[in-house]
Structures are given as structure tokens and as C-alpha cells.
Design a protein around this ligand. Sequence first.
Ligand code: ATP
Length: 278
Amino acid sequence: MSSTAVSAASGSDAFTADGRHKIGGVILSVQNISLSFGGVRALTNISFDVRQHEILAIIGPNGAGKSSMLNVINGFYHPQEGKVIHKGQERKRMRPFMAARAGIARTFQNIALFKGMSALDNIMTGRNTMMKSGVLAQAFYLGRARKEETEHREFCEKIIDFLEIEAVRKTPVGRLPYGLQKRVELGRALAAQPEILLLDEPMAGMNLEEKEDMCRFILDVNKEFGTTIVLIEHDMGVVMDISDRVVVLDYGRKLADGTPDEVRANQDVIDAYLGGGH
Ligand SMILES: Nc1ncnc2c1ncn2[C@@H]1O[C@H](COP(=O)(O)OP(=O)(O)OP(=O)(O)O)[C@@H](O)[C@H]1O
């Protein structure tokens, strides 16, 4: 498997007719990943590429290994075998905050926000890894810390505008409806200005209208900022609508990898998953 350098397209060549960033070279490659927890094999010899600016969906039945795969990519789990190549370099064992600094952010299956804090303050926590001033300076809100805080706050206000949550920016997130909490969580991940955004079931538990909104924001993030997106999603309609490519996992193994049309027509996938084998 290749780990081609990220393409350096520029100018009008860099965009598609509908204004999206053209899909580039491989930005992240997982190669022969195997991961076990004691006797439980969560992933077996999984390989796939993530290309710059694409929206890649990982699908599969419950327990297929989808969340484990995201946890390997963002450094939360350390596979016993295989490697992760990020921007052409084999990644050393790393922790999630290091992945965040390297431009990989994620959201979680179950919302992990500070419920008592406002939407704005929650989004601000996404900037933490970028804060340069020391803890003491921040505590006493001194010179540079104050300037830095203002800049970060302004950036977060832009995210709030982008996600259309101005009206609830001061509301404690615990009081927001579920769909808006998920949007705040997306905002917090965006605050880190990630190059790769990992979304673990961003639409789970949402009603139809909330799902449509979330789909639109995911597509807008990809179009506006060129962010590469890897998402886990169960709603097949959503997956087929918004993804450029789909990786199918089943019992920790890769079953298929291709465009939505290719995956839809793949007999293994039909037998094991789409056809209701589970
Ligand atoms: N921390 C862990 N400790 C022990 N086993 C784990 C751990 N994380 C995952 N597993 C096991 O690994 C397998 C894959 O789980 P994973 O959560 O990655 O699947 P999934 O495809 O994301 O499932 P779901 O759609 O239900 O979220 C399962 O058998 C699960 O029980």
C-alpha cells in the first residue's frame, strides 16, 4: 500500500466545479492493524488509506471494530500489530493530545461535554492544546495570556456563527436539546482547526431534522475548510449520501473498501450486512 505524499494542488485546479476541495493524495494510512483486548480480537489485519479532503465512512454492524479503529487513529488505543502512517511518516506511539496537536481531532459516540459550562466555553476547551501562555499567566489573566484568550475567543465566536448556534452561545450545554449538544461537540473539535476530523456516530439518536442539519454542517466543514473527515455512521442513507468512500468492517475484519456505489454492489457486503445477515 502506498503512502503517497499529500498533493499540493493550488489555484482553481484545487477545487471541483461545486466548490469542494479536490480529493488529494493519501494523508493517513493504516496498515495491517491488529488489536486485541485480552482474548477479544477487535481488529484483524486492517488496512486502508484516507485521502486529503475526502469524506470517508466506516460502517459495520455493532462490535465490528469501528470505534476501536478511530481510537487507533487518534492514539487512544495502541495496536499490537501494524502501523499508522501520517503524512508519509510512520507514527510513533502517541497519546490523544499529541494527535490533536498533529491535526487530528475527534468527537465521541456519547457526548463528552462539560454540561454546566456554556456552549462557548465548551468550544473554547477545544483550543487548549494551542494555548501557549503558562498556567500561572492564564490563572492571573496577565498580558500575553489575556491577548491570547481574546484571539481564541474570537476564533470560537466564528465557529459559533458557522454552526448557527449564536442564540445558545451562553447557555449551559446540559440544557440544550441533544441535536444542539452534538453541534457544540462538533464546534469543540473544529476549534482545534483539525486537518483530519474523526466523527464517531455524529447523528446517533437524532431526529430527521437534526440529522439533516448535521449532514449539512459536515458537508460545509469539508467544503469550507477542506477538512478530511472520517466518520462512523449507522444510517445507511446518510452514509451513501455524503461519503466519497466507504470502508466496511465485520467482526474486526475489512470486508470492502470503495465508493458508495461499489460497496452497495459488493456481494460480501450485501450478504454480511446490508442484506440483513446480522
Ligand atoms: N476497551 C475495551 N476493552 C475490551 N474490549 C473492547 C474494548 N473496546 C472495544 N472492545 C471490544 O472490541 C470489539 C469491537 O468494539 P468496537 O466498539 O470497536 O465496535 P463498533 O463497531 O464501534 O461497535 P458499535 O457500533 O456497537 O459502537 C467488541 O467486541 C468490543 O467488545
